[in-house]
Design a protein around this ligand. Structure first.
Ligand code: ARG
Length: 472
């Protein structure tokens, strides 16, 4: 048996096309196969992670006694030069099927014969799964930072709106008055949950497939725990069949993206509606508004509309990812090559949308006068019912009494709080001299200091909680 530490003077793998496979075929692949098979247009961006895991793999082969120390050095140093070339803009040639093939080709140019030993005991199946996981972990961190920026913009605006009042809507019908800060923070917490989901997605992603080979595990005595430590993964996979065919981490990450995009679309929708002339609560700033090619007066909230629209695109990525996984046999199938297309689309889109949203939110100017004017007397009907409950009525009875008063006001063409005290008091013996006070906007908010409510102290606490969540 040949000594595996010998560097052979001729490198049989170094043919001109530099395919990682092909020996068993009499002829080369049809150009149409190449066209449909080629993924480098998508996976090129994996290169820093592929270089990193390849260096770690070389070191693991060295520790296992498969590679000599000098071959490990030649490969690791060669890979550093490959990384330099890629960073400097090296571009693929026609025969570079994917980024793994391209890096292998460049490594042969840089390191010569030892490069032919790197792929010992590994497959592109465990390689691509590992590189994609490394990419995903970095992407989750970027998404987290982008979310924090959007949350910070919301929080800053919320702080300025603590004393502002606007209607809160259910069914998009005026419901009850709330503080402006309370409304804006209602868009802050969903993003907080998205960040928590990113933490969970990262944990699920931090499992190393490398060492699984094509499907049955590497035939060389690799210390996968040392390799895991070298690459910074939290765990190693339990099963090589599962590890090479598992794309749960991609589906999970794209789900977080889809959920985040859905949250952005709801925030966007509030701004679009509240920014219409009919509402007039908010004005869009110059830097994040667009005009019309025809109507000179227009100021359009395009960023928010694009954010709303991007929800559909990311949802499409999630559906396509789940559909790809569904029904696949165990182990790797080439369908899985499209995991990256779905995930890169989703992450790229969010990394465009989130910063643009943060900029647009920071530029919003609120018309607190219009907001307050939209709070009408009828919206405090619940407060009048609560007043009756405090005086001893049941809520059911109180609801009926106030309902009749609402009808009376409607028939008279006035708001509930525009009825005379006498008219109100006639409705029920428990309605006293102070009944009209229950119909005040500030009174309505002041009694809602329950944790998570719109009362002043509750909102102040919530703002503190929001700040604390951004520090964690
Ligand atoms: N470009 C491929 C992918 O992204 C690499 C894995 C190829 N494996 C294989 N058995 N052909 O999935």
């Amino acid at each position: 048996m040949a000594n595996p530490h010998d560097s052979s003077p001729v490198d049989p793998a170094a043919d001109t096309t530099h395919k990682l496979w092909g020996g068993r075929f009499a002829s080369g692949p049809h150009p149409l196969l190449d066209a449909v098979n080629r993924s480098i247009g998508t996976d090129f961006r994996l290169w820093p992670h592929d270089v990193r895991l390849s260096k770690a793999w070389a070191r693991a082969l060295g520790r296992a006694g498969v590679l000599s120390a000098s071959d490990v050095d030649a490969i690791v140093e060669g890979l550093s030069r490959v990384a330099d070339r890629l960073a400097a803009g090296a571009t693929p040639i026609d025969t570079d099927e994917d980024i793994h093939t391209m890096i292998d080709r460049l490594l042969h140019e840089e390191a010569g014969a030892p490069a032919s030993r790197l792929h010992t005991g590994r497959s592109r199946n465990d390689q691509v799964a590992t590189a994609t996981r490394l990419w995903t972990i970095a992407a989750c961190e970027q998404l987290n930072l982008a979310l924090v920026d959007l949350q910070s913009a919301l929080l800053q605006q919320a702080e300025a709106l603590q004393d502002a009042v606007l209607p809160a809507y259910t069914h998009l019908q005026r419901a009850q008055p709330v503080s402006g800060a309370h409304w804006l923070l209602a868009h802050f917490w969903p993003l907080h949950r998205d960040r928590q989901r990113l933490v969970s997605a990262t944990r699920g992603t931090s499992v190393m497939p490398l060492g699984s080979g094509a499907i049955a595990g590497s035939a060389f005595p690799i210390d996968r725990h040392a390799l895991r430590e070298d690459l910074g993964f939290e765990h190693i996979s339990y099963n090589s069949i599962d590890a090479t065919g598992d794309r749960d981490f991609v589906a999970e990450t794209v789900f977080v993206c889809a959920m985040t995009a859905a949250h952005c679309s709801r925030l966007a929708e509030d701004m679009i509606v509240y920014g219409s002339s009919e509402f007039g609560f908010v004005k869009f700033g110059d830097q994040f508004s667009t005009g019309s090619s025809m109507m000179p007066q227009k100021r359009n909230p395009d960023v928010f509309e694009l954010a709303r629209g991007s929800g559909a695109r990311v949802l499409g990525d999630l559906v396509s990812m789940l559909a790809t996984i569904k029904g696949l046999p165990s182990g790797y199938s080439k369908d899985l090559q499209d995991d990256k297309r779905a995930m890169f689309n989703a992450v790229d889109l969010l990394l465009l949308v989130l910063p643009a949203m943060a900029g647009a939110v920071a530029e919003l100017r609120f018309d607190t006068k219009r907001m307050r004017e939209a709070v009408t007397g009828g919206m405090m009907a619940t407060d009048l019912a609560d007043y009756l409950v405090r005086k001893g009525a049941t809520f059911r009875e109180a609801h009926g009494v106030v309902g009749r008063l609402v009808r009376e006001a409607e028939q008279a063409g006035v708001e509930l709080n525009e009825l005379s005290l006498q008219q109100v008091r006639n409705a029920h013996p428990l309605l006293g001299e102070d009944a009209m006070e229950a119909l005040g906007v500030d009174a309505s908010m002041a009694v809602r200091n329950v944790a998570g409510g719109t009362g002043k102290e509750a909102v102040a606490t919530q703002l503190k909680q929001a700040h604390a969540s951004l520090r964690s």
